[in-house]
Design a protein around this ligand. Structure first.
Ligand SMILES: [Zn+2]
Length: 359
């Protein structure tokens, strides 16, 4: 059976079980792997195990002690989780050492120096480690160099290159692989379990298609199952196929889809990302069509690609430009760009008459 219900990361589980058996738990770990494959969940489960009062063989938490109960409730006083505030581009300094009025009397680094409330240690989980500000990283460095007794700090990031060398060198690096190794079977199983919990059945074909398209990211798989987004894909392709492109209309419909996600930034960003990824899929397919005359099996997409190509003199050049610009827009989302401005700039670029169009 999977360790605490974690699927697809058996090698990492084995690594921790072995380290714990040899009493070789490190003071700081850096979890690295693509977004949405379960690194944060793993960090939380590991914290629960490290703090359990009667840990079983194989690093299995008992599930019933006071520590396990509080860990499950998300209210454990010795599990300290911080992340990038949605409205900020980086994790600010005050997250680690308090605001100017409370320097070193608040913040994660200060809290780690306090005696554990329940058990023998404290566990800090730093999500969004890709977005540590330089000052914050410097403060954290001191804590990593002089760790509190038996404290464990887990940083969760997506790529090693996005971490400062000074942070990297002080952490034990744990690599998480995408879930694709099993050809989507793991993703399918997890989604199935979630659907059962949510009492919303997903038919087998949809589930399989989603498992194959999600690149091993659960986060992405859940988005791909969102009916509002799947419906928008065809609409987007139709809008992109029209020449000249109606930028205002494309911007309006894209904004409406993003707005429907509510006021919170993360789901809004996630939705826009999926839209841009659909557009990337469109331009890639268009490029392939121009170079090899190949068309996708899906008739609606094939028609949209043919319509798009028939209105342009240099389809390959146009597809590459559009692709590049859409990839840049996608990257800007992660840099906390204003979404309205980003949508306007993206659609205005696609609308521009820079290439000679067939008249
Ligand atoms: Zn326990």
């Amino acid at each position: 059976m999977a360790w605490q219900g974690i699927e697809g990361h058996d090698a990492v589980v084995a690594q921790f079980v072995a380290a714990f058996a040899r009493d070789r738990v490190a003071g700081s770990y850096l979890f690295i792997g693509p977004a949405g494959i379960g690194k944060s969940t793993f960090a939380k489960k590991l914290a629960k195990s490290l703090l359990c009062e009667s840990l079983q063989d194989g690093l299995e938490p008992c599930g019933v002690c006071a520590s396990c109960v509080q860990a499950d409730a998300g209210s454990h006083p010795d599990i300290d989780t911080v992340e990038k505030p949605a409205e900020r581009a980086t994790i600010p300094l005050e997250t680690f050492i308090g605001d100017p009025e409370h320097r070193m009397r608040e913040g994660l680094c200060w809290r780690l120096l306090l005696r554990p409330a329940l058990g023998g240690r404290k566990v800090a989980i730093i999500l969004d480690a890709d977005y540590l500000s330089a000052e914050a990283a410097n403060c954290l460095l001191k804590t990593l160099e002089e760790p509190a007794d038996r404290a464990v700090i887990i940083l969760v990031g997506t790529a090693l290159e996005r971490q400062l060398p000074t942070i990297r060198s002080r952490c034990q690096i744990v690599r998480f692989r995408p879930l694709t190794a099993d050809n989507g079977a793991i993703v399918r199983r997890i989604l199935q379990a979630e659907a059962v919990l949510a009492t919303q059945p997903i038919d087998a074909a949809t589930l399989q298609a989603c498992a194959e398209a999600c690149d091993g990211s659960l986060h992405r798989a859940r988005l791909l199952l969102d009916p509002a987004l799947t419906a928008f894909r065809n609409r987007l392709f139709a809008l992109l196929a029209v020449r000249p492109l109606h930028g205002v209309e494309l911007a309006r419909e894209t904004s409406a889809l993003v707005d429907a996600a509510g006021k919170d930034a993360p789901p809004r960003r996630a939705r826009l990302k999926v839209v841009l990824e659909y557009a990337i899929e469109f331009f890639r397919t268009a490029l392939r069509h121009d170079l090899t005359a190949a068309l996708p099996a899906d008739a609606a997409t094939a028609d949209a690609i043919k319509a798009w190509a028939s209105g342009i003199d240099e389809p390959a050049e146009e597809a590459v430009e559009a692709l590049q610009h859409t990839l840049n827009a996608l990257e800007s989302i992660d840099r906390n760009a204003n979404l309205t401005i980003l949508i306007d700039a993206w659609t205005a670029f696609l609308e521009r008459p820079s290439f000679a169009q067939s008249s």
